[in-house]
Design a protein around this ligand. Structure first.
Ligand code: AN7
Length: 376
């Protein structure tokens, strides 16, 4: 009899089920055979959180807004969906070194799944990440380091880092795990599958998402199209993609040489999946637009203080964009909308403190002093 038995025998059965990760869950819909040994951290199955305060802010009648909270993934972002596939297949093909360029989240995820590979018997798998020096959130840098990656901070931006790793990956035994790797997109499609499953077998009317390197919006659209073709949903959403105004090449229709934004995760001037992102927007009758850093920060504060959900600044671009589009009359009444919150806010506490106007309230350690400090 172990410690827990006495509790278990006296309690009702619970509903919590083991979630085996997204490859095991959606394997028949993904490009992976049954023999490949799956490397998983049980990613996916992230919450779809109702967001009535955001619906109110949009000011459109009858909106149902949900937040797809990708920050609940094991390394804290949606990148884990693509990374479980990419590292699983790279390692199965005998590759030993996982390499990527990153604004932070890809590096954290690649480093995590490389550690996962080592724990599954591939002890010689290593991870190398290139990040723009000084322009990634500290939490993401800390993750890559502590998961055991070799972190190279380059004197340049993401676009330059991506060019370097593309060249580097021509060498033997190196796997490029950026989203130019089709296995990444394949895994990320599952977010679309989950949303349809969570909504009871239908797609939302609008899917709003931040756009950086543009892999994710491409993956979502591929996922919705696949579910639709299989008859699992009858509708398809309009894809609404949002770039930061200082890093908005697709909106401007030309690469941005020196991209800038507070949302460092999407500080990208020449997206790799530019073409497929445009196709997603065009085929779905959606739109691609930019939001200013001020609009991003306003949405970021709203998501936290009015919904209690913790996301990073780049993620807030989806909500900022939805608010902007609704003010321009581009959101129909009675719509069901999903905003993707791509990454966890805990990765970047400095931005939270900086934008909050926080002034510490200090007090002597007595009840009277605390009561007077808070104005009671
Ligand atoms: C939180 O980690 O490109 O349009 O190197 O971290 O698929 O690139 C991150 C991108 C949105 C944009 N939100 O997704 C990287 C990286 C967050 C992100 C995006 C990223 P894509």
């Amino acid at each position: 009899m172990n410690f827990w038995s006495k509790f278990l025998s006296s309690t009702k059965p619970r509903n919590a089920k083991h979630w085996p990760g997204l490859i095991h869950t959606y394997r028949d819909l993904l490009d992976i055979d049954n023999k490949t040994k799956v490397l998983t951290l049980c990613e996916g199955n992230t919450p779809l959180i109702p967001a009535p305060a955001i619906a109110d802010t949009c000011g459109v009648i009858g909106l149902s807004v949900y937040l797809k909270f990708e920050g609940a993934n094991p390394s804290g972002s949606f990148k884990d969906r693509g990374m479980t596939m990419a590292v699983t297949k790279a390692v199965a093909n005998g590759l030993k070194t996982m390499v990527c360029a990153s604004t932070g989240n890809t590096s954290a995820s690649a480093a995590a799944y490389s550690a996962c590979a080592r724990s599954n018997g591939y002890s010689d798998v290593q991870c190398v990440v290139l990040v723009p020096d000084g322009f990634i959130a500290l939490g993401k840098l800390a993750q890559a380091i502590i998961y055991g990656a070799k972190v190279v901070q380059i004197a340049g931006n993401f676009d330059q880092a991506l060019n370097i790793v593309k060249e580097l990956s021509q060498r033997e035994s190196i796997a490029l795990v950026n989203s130019v790797n089709p296995d990444r997109i394949e895994g990320q499609k599952t977010a679309a599958f989950e949303i349809c499953d969570q909504l009871g077998g239908r797609a939302p009317d609008i899917l709003a998402t931040p756009v950086g390197n543009a892999g994710n919006i491409s993956a979502y659209w591929a996922g919705f199209k696949q579910y639709n073709a299989l008859g699992l949903i009858k509708n398809k959403p309009k894809m609404y993609g949002f770039q930061a105004a200082g890093s908005a090449p697709i909106v401007l229709n030309e690469p941005v040489e020196n991209p800038e934004t507070i949302a460092t995760a999407i500080r990208i001037g020449n997206p790799a999946s530019w073409k497929t992102a445009k196709e997603a927007v065009n085929e779905s009758f959606g739109l691609i637009d930019s939001v200013t850093d001020e609009e991003i920060v306003e949405a970021y504060k709203l998501i936290h203080s009015s919904q209690g959900v913790c996301c990073e600044p780049a993620s807030a671009a989806s909500v900022a964009g939805l608010i902007k589009a609704s003010k321009q009359g581009k959101v129909e009444r009675e719509s069901t909308i999903v905003c993707v919150l791509t990454g966890n806010g805990l990765k970047d506490p400095q931005t939270a403190i900086d934008v909050s106007g926080f002034a510490p309230i200090k007090s002597a350690a007595t009840m009277d002093a605390v009561a007077s400090a808070i104005g009671l």
